[in-house]
Design a protein around this ligand. Structure first.
Ligand SMILES: Cc1ncc(COP(=O)(O)O)c(C=O)c1O
Length: 498
């Protein structure tokens, strides 16, 4: 026993997992947690709290949940509340409707089947593709969003957040060896779920760069450059787009989306459209256009040919319900035999969380104007979106005043990705520590000011440029403090290393 050698070691484990990186919860956040503990233990710092602007977790940053959602979900979990006078009638009827659609009428309902026995809460699985009623409601929501373009509930798969759907589709799409290995085109800067999943699946990551000088827009010439380059060593099959963008906060124009679809059709690429920020559009003149809608409006030449999976989530927009793990994907033009394989693949994991499915149903089917919950719902939704819009504009305004920081308008989503000038002396100091220069910058910002951001290197950026990603989610006053502290820090950092 003394010489017991572990079966699972760094040498024997899956090497692809070792390549996975996820900056949003990386070393900066680990250090932030340590600093918080030190503060609790009474260690003196130049600040009294760590402000986390590193992750798009709305409720963690103080955003309030939508009352209607939480009321219905409470009843769904504990149906005795149906007798409680505090809940409006539309909340109760919505909860009944969802419960009736759940297997055994249960989403944590009393009565797990043993007659006469006490009834502890139990929760049933749903079908693997998701509860049919919810998929029908999602299909109606998509049809309404897209001006009447048909959506078949059979093409909807409910997911545990958008991440789950994106990973599932990538699993289906990656195959081949050597030059026939699937190449997946992702934007740089990107949301690190993509690079992490590609590393795990040993797919070939093909970087295409967004154009920082024109507000992080997407240029088809850059897509073509990246594709041609990649064809020398892999087989590009997939093009991923995030719109509105994370980490870059841009909203793609309709024209750009048409060009992307045309490009995908010409180059025979499967499109993955990550549209989790579809309600988060703030800038004048910007509008969200779904890939599905634009695809169908381009006519049958495209709508009958281009393969598309698009994703939405309960985690973002005005909902911000990240912990429920709700979401859906819609597949268009998927080969029926592959669709069978997809359904089989999702069956293995049984089903997405049923609470997340129930929440998604409310998101796609919110209170109607004649219902008692309507006014509060609209007030809460508008307030959240208006606050985000105010914070988006304040962020750009304050950061743009800082010499050495260049900040594009935050047109949508929940982030800014400003470019920071890091003096050569600081770059050398970072290199001596074996750190990326923007990691060095963000660590110093955390240690000196208690502000937790993510270095741009975690998202990818053009060589020789440096950025950080920051969410606009802290409450307005706190956000202002964060921005002022960044301003102060940037000036002193630049002076120190000039
Ligand atoms: C662009 C993008 N896609 C997907 C996700 C994953 O969201 P979830 O899995 O919570 O739906 C996020 C989360 O921040 C995101 O920013």
């Amino acid at each position: 026993m003394a010489d017991h050698v572990k079966v699972l070691t760094l040498d024997t484990m899956n090497p692809n997992v070792k390549k996975v990186e996820y900056a949003v919860r990386g070393p900066i956040v680990q250090r932030a947690v340590q600093i918080e503990m030190e503060l609790q233990q009474g260690v003196k710092k130049p600040f009294t709290e760590v402000i986390r602007a590193n992750i798009g977790d709305c409720h963690a940053m103080g955003q309030k949940p939508i009352t209607f959602f939480r009321q219905v979900l409470s009843i769904c979990s504990y149906p005795d509340l149906l007798d409680d006078d505090r809940f409006p009638e539309d909340v109760k009827s919505r909860a009944r409707r969802i419960l009736q659609a759940c297997s055994g009428g249960s989403l944590g309902i009393q009565g797990c089947g043993v007659i006469g026995a006490p009834s502890p809460p139990s929760g049933s699985y749903s079908t693997s593709q998701g509860i049919l009623l919810v998929r029908q409601d999602v299909a109606r929501y998509i049809e309404k969003r897209d001006g009447g373009i048909k959506c078949n509930p059979d093409n909807i798969y409910l997911t545990a957040g958008a991440s789950d759907g994106i990973v599932t589709m990538l699993k289906l799409l990656v195959s081949g060896e050597g030059p026939s290995r699937t190449g997946v085109m992702i934007s740089i800067p990107q949301y690190p779920l993509y690079s992490a999943t590609l590393a795990e699946l040993a797919a070939v990551q093909i970087n295409y760069y967004l154009d920082e000088e024109s507000c992080w827009s997407l240029d088809i010439r850059e897509l073509r450059r990246a594709l041609e380059e990649a064809r020398k060593h892999c087989t590009p099959r997939v093009l991923c787009i995030i719109n509105p963008g994370n980490p870059t906060g841009q909203v793609q124009s309709r024209r750009c989306i048409e060009d992307v679809i045309q490009f995908a059709a010409e180059e025979k690429l499967f499109l993955l459209a990550d549209e989790v920020y579809q309600d988060n559009v703030y800038a004048d003149g910007c509008e969200f256009h779904s890939f599905k809608k634009v695809l169908f409006e381009m006519g049958p030449e495209f709508s009958e040919q281009v393969e598309l999976a698009s994703f939405h989530s309960t985690s973002k927009c005005y909902m911000g319900e990240c912990g429920f793990r709700g979401g859906y994907m819609e597949v268009v033009n998927l080969d029926p035999e592959v669709k069978f394989q997809l359904t089989k693949l999702v069956s293995v994991r049984l089903c997405p969380p049923v609470t997340g499915q129930a929440l998604l149903d409310l998101v796609v089917n919110p209170p109607e104007p004649h219902e008692p919950s309507y006014n509060i719902f609209i007030k809460e939704r508008s307030h959240t979106l208006a606050e985000l819009a105010k914070k988006a504009s304040m962020t750009q305004q304050i950061l743009s005043q800082v010499p050495g920081i260049q900040c594009n308008p935050v047109q949508g989503a929940m982030y800014t990705f400003p470019r920071i000038h890091i003096p050569p002396k600081a770059v050398s100091a970072a290199q001596e520590k074996g750190q990326a220069p923007d990691m060095f910058y963000c660590m110093r910002l955390l240690e000196e000011m208690g502000i937790c951001l993510v270095p741009g290197s975690g998202f990818g950026q053009k060589d020789g440029t440096y950025h950080f990603r920051m969410t606009i989610l802290p409450p307005t006053q706190k956000l202002e403090t964060v921005l002022e502290k960044i301003k102060e820090f940037h000036q002193s950092f630049t002076q120190q290393f000039s």
